[in-house]
Design a protein around this ligand. Structure first.
Ligand code: HAM
Length: 508
């Protein structure tokens, strides 16, 4: 008897589903769209940005704060504003197992202000100056310079109204870029306080209403709910309308005008490269008075700003603070800064530069090398090794690539004589050192070398504003010998392209 067709179809569906599932199970799992791994070779760039940022934080008296990556959604909805792109479209919000509505932080200013209120920092000396760095999450359309997990380095100074603070923060962000060797132009504007914005908003609405049909769908809504955000729209048609829109600077009241003029005076005094840019409005609702962005000198349209910030005098109140507490801050976009360092081939120091490599040949030598390595490591030398390799050639190739200053070799002969062969990788000079004197001898050599290195640096590093040199090729050529040489062959000087073991040997 023929089976009903529906049953057969279901069976087929299930089979197809199973095949699909099996295929999916085998498929390589990749990172989430818009998120990426930062691999070991990337780390030196990130660490350089953090190092320079921390130096600036220390220079201007900022203390570090770490806030949780997850906050109650309200922190951002109230803080950043319901009608902003971030809150409307970009937040990663979820309900946790306990039923709480939580959000992966899209930025850190609102979190820092939440922490300021929660920990009663109003009772500390004002302003409270805090810095932070770490990942933020925004569900934006991924593209070059725009990630869904992005990293920021930021400063927040809470509890001070003086325009000197605005100017100093603008300077601090610029200093980060300058110290890294990135040329930037600061874009400054003022959006006044709530009362000047009221008049301005009326003018904006009047202007945009006259252009009603040319506005995109989101802007039609913004026109009613939050007209300031009309100026953030990236839609082509709306961008064009911005050019002739009324400018906020014409609506500033006396107090806001005076504040802004002072900021500008300080920037002039500091001789900072800035332009007054009425098109910069920033996409977050908490700003008042001064706002600013950092654009790379070669990015005249500010397509990928390297950082931005501004004054946010009402945010503490909006998030529940009882006293009026003016504040100002900025965040630098680390992803974009790192991309710029790479694009400009700006050289940054390695995360870890080993100075001494230990090589060994033979089992007895390996055991002794293990012990010597630990002694030197504990003494504080920056060490490296490849004890899992048996071939001396392979080990020396690694030492060469690592650009260490010294390679210490223990082979059969050294085991017999209880010595270590010390090779200075710069000049190729080799010396035999008694095993029990190796620590002291290495201390002497390293002190001498570090002294020489410092002498070299005292001239070039005195001016931190100097652009950093372009990448240079290592002075060391790669080892090219293709033979499985053994240690004794090299000692006799057969393989000149690897090591010249015949000359300059002194016994200590
Ligand atoms: P923001 O302008 O939204 O400001 O972000 C600051 C910087 O983070 C941007 O200039 C950009 O370099 C970087 N950035 C933003 N979104 C992305 C993304 N999707 N991918 C890569 N980089 C991105 C704020 O976040 C404010 N909290 C700044 C602030 C601090 N204002 C006062 N204090």
């Amino acid at each position: 008897m023929a089976r009903p067709k529906k049953k057969i179809d279901n069976k087929m569906d299930n089979k197809e589903k199973e095949i699909k599932k099996a295929k999916k199970a085998k498929k390589e799992i990749l990172t989430v769209t818009g998120m990426r791994d930062l691999l070991p070779q990337d780390q030196k760039y990130w660490e350089s940005v953090i190092k320079v940022g921390k130096k600036i934080a220390n220079d201007y008296g900022y203390g570090k704060i770490d806030t949780p990556i997850v906050e109650y959604m309200d922190v951002f909805e109230r803080g950043i504003g319901k009608q902003t792109d971030i809150v409307e479209k970009e937040m990663y919000t979820f309900i946790d197992q306990g039923g709480d509505e939580l959000t992966l932080r899209p930025e850190n200013t609102a979190s820092v202000v939440r922490a300021y209120i929660q920990h009663g920092m109003i009772n500390q000396t004002q302003p409270v100056k805090l810095y932070y760095y770490g990942p933020m999450f925004r569900h934006e359309k991924p593209q070059s310079g725009r990630y869904r997990q992005l990293y920021q380095f930021g400063f927040e100074a809470i509890g001070e109204i003086s325009p000197a603070l605005d100017a100093q923060l603008i300077l601090m962000g610029w200093n980060i870029l300058n110290d890294l060797g990135i040329e930037s132009v600061i874009q400054v504007n003022s959006i006044g306080c709530t009362s000047c914005r009221e008049e301005y908003k009326k003018a904006l609405v009047k202007y945009y209403k006259s252009k009603g049909k040319d506005l995109c769908e989101s802007c039609q809504k913004r026109l009613v709910k939050n007209p300031m955000r009309l100026l953030d729209c990236k839609e082509e048609g709306c961008e064009k309308l911005k050019i002739e829109a009324p400018q906020i600077l014409d609506y500033l009241d006396e107090d806001c005008k005076k504040h802004f003029m002072k900021v500008i005076e300080y920037l002039d005094e500091l001789d900072l490269p800035y332009v007054l840019n009425a098109q910069v409005v920033r996409g977050l609702d908490y700003y008042s008075k001064t706002i600013f962005e950092y654009w790379s000198a070669d990015d005249s349209e500010g397509k990928t700003a390297l950082g931005g910030g501004g004054r946010y005098d009402s945010l503490v109140g909006v998030l529940g603070g009882r006293q009026e507490t003016p504040a100002c801050g900025l965040s630098m976009g680390m992803d974009r800064i790192v991309a710029k360092l790479r694009e400009k081939e700006i050289e940054v120091p390695e995360v870890y530069q080993p100075e001494v490599f230990v090589a060994q040949l033979g089992d007895a030598a390996k055991k002794k090398a293990f012990v010597m390595y630990e002694k030197l490591r504990r003494k504080g030398f920056k060490m490296s090794q490849a004890f899992y390799k048996d071939s001396l050639k392979a080990q020396l190739e690694i030492a060469n690539k690592l650009k260490v200053k010294f390679t210490l070799i223990i082979g059969q002969k050294e085991i017999g004589e209880d010595t270590v062969l010390v090779r200075d990788m710069d000049g190729g000079i080799q010396e035999i050192v008694a095993y029990n004197k190796i620590e002291n001898e290495m201390v002497k050599r390293m002190d001498k070398w570090r002294g020489e290195k410092l002498d070299k640096f005292t001239v070039d590093e005195s001016d931190s504003s100097l652009p950093k040199p372009k990448k240079q090729k290592s002075d060391f050529g790669d080892f090219t010998s293709n033979e499985e040489n053994d240690f004794e062959d090299k000692r006799s000087g057969k393989y000149d392209n690897m090591m010249d073991y015949g000359n300059d040997i002194d016994v200590y």
